[in-house]
Design a binder for this molecule. Structure first.
Ligand SMILES: Nc1ncnc2c1ncn2[C@@H]1O[C@H](COP(=O)(O)OP(=O)(O)O)[C@@H](O)[C@H]1O
Ligand SMILES: Nc1nc2c(ncn2[C@@H]2O[C@H](COP(=O)(O)O)[C@@H](O)[C@H]2O)c(=O)[nH]1
Length: 434
């Protein structure tokens, strides 16, 4: 486990444990390993720049992720190819991206549940998916299926907005039998997307997700949900509110999805409302940057040394130096908010924002699993006198998530090809000091 930024030495593993003489006196237990698990519809992104007219012709609402049938997929692919519009083909899927990016950042294991074609030809989409996924993502639990994995036509408009057309192939065929209880229960978090809830009759992925949620809840493993697209949430916001209340610990969404869920356009008010249903929120807001929100115990709150910010909740960032905690673990729960503007104002040129939100979430998950790792390996640390959900404060998580989102935008791909530069390991000193 690579830590998310250098920390004060008191939080690091006692240097003495490496002492060759003292080591003879102490029998160290096997170091505890940490991972996260996730479920996704296995799919490849086929990226193309298109005119809005094409979206209208294929009846694809701009900004949405729409399921299309085989005939439409064939026509769309043929047209994109004939006009030389396809710019890239990447492994995709919102959770696939998130666990891949987590493994790159943490330089550690994650587990992906999903399907994979039984017979794979060199050059096929399944082959590319496997080639473009970090070797630290454990794919041993994938369910073999007949037929191809999904394709996600990622259609980028002139304004940068992306519209997804999904040709699902066998991506929704995952069944509950392929959800390994021990793996889910041994993880630091289970990460899911709202897209998993829209499987058709006869497809098992929704049941598989519900089975995994049950396993996670039995073992107090945090359930992390990312909302995917505002259109899906807008179909039945009350259903989603109840779903989140019942099952979700951490909610990740962008400002449009937040509005569809809560009715609030203002991100702070949306966070305030959604904190009634879950313990922590990551809200990304495109060029406005991102917010984190959650709970701290009143007795443990820590005041910021940054400027207090105005907003619909005045001075909302006052306690952003507090660490997030589950509401149920707080004697006197206090809602805490933090915000950060895009790192360096964003990259000079953004081809599209595909995967930036997933990148931000993977940073949060890294911080969360670093907490589990540290707690298990340094149980005596003052950090763990009280149970926190994450290793860092709301403010620090904002910085890290923002930095990772920047990297995704700069790389023009939803999946990181490398971790953050080493010299930036200390976010405080070298990066934030600029
Ligand atoms: N136009 C932009 N300029 C600068 N930063 C951006 C821009 N768009 C996105 N970002 C960064 O990427 C993060 C996630 O982007 P966002 O578009 O909100 O996510 P999603 O892909 O889930 O809609 C933002 O919080 C911000 O840090
Ligand atoms: N699992 C699914 N993933 C989907 C679907 N539609 C789109 N996507 C993926 O989202 C990411 C982009 O995420 P964002 O951070 O920019 O919101 C992209 O790579 C797509 O593959 C879907 O129906 N299911």
């Amino acid at each position: 486990m690579k830590f998310p930024g250098q920390r004060k030495s008191k939080h690091y593993f006692p240097v003495k444990t490496r002492d060759p003489l003292l080591a003879q006196l102490t029998q160290l237990p096997e170091p505890f390993t940490t991972y996260i698990s996730g479920i996704d519809q296995t799919l490849v992104d086929i990226e193309a720049k298109v005119e809005d007219e094409l979206l209208t012709r294929y009846q694809l609402p701009k900004g949405n992720s729409t399921l299309i049938n085989d005939e439409q997929a064939h026509a769309l692919y043929t047209e994109l190819q004939a006009n030389g519009l396809i710019s890239d083909e990447f492994a995709g899927g919102t959770i696939g991206n998130t666990v891949h990016n987590y493994s790159i950042l943490a330089d550690d294991r994650s587990v992906l549940f999903g399907v994979m074609s039984k017979n794979i030809e060199v050059g096929s989409y399944s082959y590319r998916y496997l080639c473009h996924t970090s070797s630290k993502v454990d794919l041993n639990y994938l369910q073999p299926v007949d037929g191809p994995i999904g394709r996600c036509f990622t259609l980028i408009s002139e304004c940068g907005e992306r519209t997804f057309a999904i040709s699902k192939g066998a991506m929704d065929k995952l069944t509950p039998d392929y959800i390994n209880k021990e793996v889910v229960q041994g993880g630091s978090a289970l990460v899911l997307t709202a897209y998993l809830m829209r499987a058709s009759e006869g497809d098992g992925i929704t049941d598989a997700a519900m089975t995994a949620i049950q396993f996670a809840k039995e073992a107090d493993v945090p359930v992390v949900l990312t909302l995917g697209t505002r259109f899906l949430i807008a179909e039945d916001p009350v259903w989603w509110q109840n779903f989140i209340s019942e099952h979700v610990t951490i909610l990740a969404m962008n400002e449009d999805e937040a509005e569809a869920l809560t009715g609030h356009k203002d991100p702070l008010l949306a966070c305030e409302a959604a904190l009634e249903w879950c313990d922590m929120i990551l809200l990304t807001a495109g060029p406005v940057g991102l917010y984190t929100a959650g709970y701290a115990d009143d007795a443990e709150k820590r005041e910021t040394s940054h400027q207090l910010l105005p907003g619909s909740i005045p001075e909302f960032n006052r306690y952003e130096f507090s660490r997030p905690k589950n509401k149920a673990d707080c004697e006197n729960p206090l809602k805490v908010y933090a915000h950060i503007s895009p790192y360096m104002g964003g990259p000079e040129r953004i081809r599209n924002t595909n995967g930036a939100g997933d990148g931000a979430l993977s940073a949060l998950l890294h911080d969360l699993s670093a907490n589990t790792f540290h707690k298990a390996n340094v149980p005596g640390s003052s950090k763990h006198k009280r149970d926190g959900l994450c290793y860092s404060s709301f403010s620090q998580i904002c910085k890290y998530a923002n930095r990772v989102a920047y990297e995704v935008l700069a790389q023009h791909s939803p999946r990181l090809s490398r971790g953050l530069p080493e010299r930036e390991d200390s976010l405080e000193e070298s990066y934030w000091g600029r």
